[in-house]
Design a protein around this ligand. Sequence first.
Ligand SMILES: Cc1cc2nc3c(=O)[nH]c(=O)nc-3n(C[C@H](O)[C@H](O)[C@H](O)COP(=O)(O)OP(=O)(O)OC[C@H]3O[C@@H](n4cnc5c(N)ncnc54)[C@H](O)[C@@H]3O)c2cc1C
Length: 538
Amino acid sequence: MSQFRQTAPALKNQYDDDRVLRSYLERVLPADVLSEIHDSLSEMGRLAGGELYELQLADRLNEPTLTQWDAWGNRIDKIELTPLWRVAERIAAEHGVVATAYEQRHGSLSRVHQGALAYLFTPSTDIYSCPLAMTDGAARTLLNSGNQALIDRAVPHLITRDPKEFWTAGQWMTELTGGSDVGLSETLAKQEPGSNTFRLYGRKWFTSAIASQMALTLARPEGNPPGGRGLALFYLETRDEHGSPRNIQINRLKDKLGTRKVPTAELTLDGTPAQLVKGPVEGVRNIAPLLNITRLWNGISAVALMRRGLALSADYASKRVAFGAPLSEKPLHVDTLATLQAEFEGAFHLAFYVAELTGRSETREISDDDALLLRLLTPIMKLTTGKQAVMVASEVLESFGGAGYVEDTGLPVLLRDSQVLPIWEGTTNVLALDTLRALQSDGDPRQGLRRFEAAVMSCVANVSDDAVRVVRAALGHAASWLADAQGDAVEAGARRFSLTLGRTMELALLIKQAQWSLDHKAINSVRRFASLGVDVIF
Ligand SMILES: Cc1cc2nc3c(=O)[nH]c(=O)nc-3n(C[C@H](O)[C@H](O)[C@H](O)COP(=O)(O)OP(=O)(O)OC[C@H]3O[C@@H](n4cnc5c(N)ncnc54)[C@H](O)[C@@H]3O)c2cc1C
């Protein structure tokens, strides 16, 4: 028998151990703010690398269950979450993973603080970020709606730190007819005579976090025209005071590739009571604040999962020996991981830049130009980081060899869970088309692109490096493509164009961070990212 024993990869405190996060926070936060939030981040880093990670590994085979009937033939549609998710809910509330953004103890920078908490929390909780993202998005949407009755009723629950009072929210848009083209939605809303309450009738085809206490959903009030404009945004509570579903049948839970801890259900609404959030039309427009927040969470989740894979892979490389030395001393293995690290760092800075802009938008400290930039960067960031997450997760698995393909290492789930990031909250193509719309926000797409160029160039001002030439060349190509493309070629090229803008902004932000820190690792990531292909337009 071989005496050989392979040491498993291990995690340290995920805040203390994260050069990229710590260096970024030092750059963007005033020293007193950083010192005030240090303990909350260090504690979350400790949980994420310790107790939560151990629980995650122990919980690996558990999945949520749906019990449709009780022993006496009553329809109950009860959802049981896994132990990891029950703990995750408590920790999320107590540590203010949603609340921090609304308490605004540090003004607009509270979004950055919250983003950092979410980034540390997410990879050890098997996509508990999904209900939190929708909870955060629902709070923002209700606050923006000005509907005081609903704000008073729901928002205190959504942003509390008290686990007993904490509610999560669902977002029910996708129907069988389509998740991209939601204007085709068939759910009907019938107003109760003499009342403000509507009753909803229809089927929702993907509803994640179905254990949530409330949801925001789209339905068409009777008599409204077809299309997105004729839909209205509704608020509903999922269960009555006895815990019974309010005329909602959970038909089944989806059997999914990944996100298997997330109870994603197919529903029938059969007279579900609901309130209008903001008028009887324009539901798609009125739910936009929710999507902006969930897309930000999607980007933060993408970088969080990349970081987790790389933390495990780097540790393993120091423990796994091949051809006489640890993998961490093999130039090709080191080179392979450095490429993934550069992709992760680019994605990290883009996601957190969008968090900065979101925070300034929420505290109304944003200029008109930056508000338009945020509108443009949100879809760009979501689609770019989603693609990077899948690529990095796939390579991370390969960096473990066969172990990366074996379930009880806890590694394959990284790839499965990452694969959802380019799909939900708008697929890559749908967001690429949205990028084109965002460029036209004030009428002239060339003006929109010039604003983007100005933001990019402000990151690299006073830097002379070959990487800046790559930035300039990509911007020039994007501008000439936009000026020349005609007819169907505009839509056909939208994905390559949007990815080029995303990667260009990532490189510019990497340069900015490296110039500030003068850290040789950050500088290496700049050089590598610049050579990996920033301009993908052809
Ligand atoms: C795990 C999971 C959980 C989910 N949870 C929720 C939830 O809680 N709430 C919710 O509302 N939805 C949820 N969804 C649904 C998700 O948002 C949709 O699946 C997604 O928006 C795509 O919609 P679809 O599945 O109908 O695909 P389709 O809209 O049919 O798209 C199919 C393909 O066509 C492409 N496409 C569509 N239109 C165009 C176009 N104009 N040009 C080019 N390409 C185009 C898309 O990019 C895609 O590749 C969830 C999905 C998953 C996988």
